[in-house]
Design a protein around this ligand. Structure first.
Ligand code: SDX
Length: 426
């Protein structure tokens, strides 16, 4: 049996043959790169629902089974069992680190967490109240100006250093974007703190490094808060060729600096159809306001004439539960007492889920809660402002973007991204 697919143009009776390549997991692909040369026609796939844009060994999703793997390891074996830094190392190096490697990786990220003093000035150009996502995208692009000379990378060490640097600096950039947006002074990274704790410290501390004094004295960062946020970072680390990763690869394909590619990825992620959904979910739960109003909004979500959509529901790939959502839901249930989660928001979310999962409209369209549906309630309990929810997604996803960038750069078949079109003009 030939490993090919034959297509027949019924208008001419002509047949065309294309090679099939099997995957190690998931669907095979039909290689249609010669389609135009053979047929004189283009293929059309709005939103790339059936199109593989690249070959990759990083992340695998089985949307039917609700399975997610980073470098072959199931997400349930990483979050919350492993630290986010272990997951970063796994994505970058295709294996988990041993104790010494993890220590060395951790220390290097701590030392690289500082920003060049000049870079801080970029935040001063933004008005108070500027959305941190806009500031973060701009500051990340600006970061490239401090590392131009590193661009002529020719070896693995160069790629890995470019990757470790941006992973280390993203929490500092995000925390500075937030602090500026509220008119607060920057808190420099404290290299005695772990990656995730340091981010909470830079977000919360007062000048001089004191944590704010609640009525019970200095409110230290709790281990449970660090663990919850570290798990959230891990769950967001990578996710195949989603819209923002496709954007990163597209910019990478022109040979631009990796940090402007990641800046473009941050911009793409901001949309509420993508990473911006986590902020929209909480705004939507607050707008719904009470369990009694849920039915009204479910009806709006189902109404084809109503633009309203249930934020945090549906996914291009998952046609079953998003495994990340399941882990977050379990985390939410564990934390509800320890972190004093907002029970009203949780009750509204649970009611939406209960009704939607039993409703034909959602069942027939295979619309399940996605990662964004649950993350916001936990982040709210960590005293994190809604406008920082998507920047937190950025921190988690930076390792995925830079790993995908590295894979693209090392791909011997890489080409500039340049799709064609179906022209309907005059
Ligand atoms: C992320 O791609 C990734 O991997 C992304 C991500 C990652 O880690 O990178 O997982 C992160 O972006 C998660 C998704 C976050 N976005 C949201 O929660 C926003 C709400 N959801 C949607 O807008 C939508 O479900 C998408 C964008 C997520 C998926 O859109 P698709 O695959 O293009 O599906 P579609 O818009 O074609 O919808 C199919 C049908 C339509 O109904 P019909 O036209 O068939 O009648 O389902 C309906 C849609 O109207 N539908 C919804 C809905 N989502 C889809 N109806 C109500 N509420 C919703 N949320």
């Amino acid at each position: 049996m030939k490993n090919t697919m034959t297509m027949i143009d019924n208008r001419t009776g002509k047949s065309y043959e294309f090679d099939i390549q099997d995957a190690t997991r998931g669907p095979s692909v039909v290689n249609i790169s010669s389609f135009y040369a053979q047929t004189g026609m283009f293929t059309y796939d709005n939103g790339f629902t059936s199109t593989a844009s690249c070959k990759s060994k990083i992340t695998f999703i089985d949307g039917e089974k609700g399975e997610l793997r980073y470098r072959g390891i199931k997400i349930e074996d990483l979050a919350p069992k492993r630290s986010y830094l272990e997951t970063c190392y796994l994505l970058l190096n295709d294996r988990l680190p041993d104790e010494q490697e993890l220590l060395k990786f951790d220390l290097e990220l701590r030392h690289r967490s500082l920003l060049h003093e000049n870079l801080k000035n970029i935040f001063a150009t933004f008005p108070t109240g500027a959305h941190p996502m806009a500031a973060l995208s701009a500051a990340t692009a600006a970061l490239s100006t401090f590392y131009y000379s590193h661009l002529d990378i020719s070896d693995e060490n160069g790629y890995q250093e470019m990757a470790r640097r941006i992973i280390a600096k993203m929490p500092t950039l995000a925390a500075f974007a937030y602090r500026h947006s509220i008119g607060a002074p920057f808190i420099q990274p404290d290299i005695d703190r772990s990656y995730t704790e340091n981010f909470l410290y830079m977000m919360r501390a007062y000048p001089g490094g004191k944590m704010h004094h609640g009525i019970n004295g200095e409110r230290k960062i709790k281990a449970i808060e660090i663990k919850a946020l570290d798990t959230i970072f891990t769950l967001h680390a990578d996710h195949e060729q989603n819209a923002s990763t496709t954007t990163v690869r597209g910019v990478a394909s022109t040979g631009a600096h990796p940090y402007v590619a990641i800046s473009a990825g941050i911009s793409a992620l901001w949309g509420r159809a993508h990473g911006g959904a986590n902020e929209s979910v909480i705004k939507q739960l607050e707008m719904i306001g009470s369990v009694e109003n849920v039915d009204k909004y479910i009806a709006k979500a189902k109404d084809p004439n109503d633009e309203f959509r249930l934020m945090g529901f549906g996914h291009r790939v998952y046609k079953n539960f998003d495994p990340r959502a399941k882990i977050l839901k379990n985390l939410q249930d564990q934390l509800k007492d320890e972190l004093n989660l907002d029970s009203n928001l949780m009750n509204i979310a649970n009611k939406i889920e209960e009704i939607a999962l039993a409703d034909e409209y959602f069942i027939s369209r295979k619309l399940y809660p996605n990662i964004d549906f649950y993350s916001g309630v936990i982040l709210t309990a960590l005293d994190i402002e809604k406008s920082m929810f998507t920047p937190i997604f950025v921190i988690g996803r930076t390792v995925g973007w830079i790993t995908q960038w590295m894979e693209f750069k090392k791909d011997k078949e890489k080409k500039i991204a340049r799709p064609r079109q179906l022209y309907l003009g005059k």
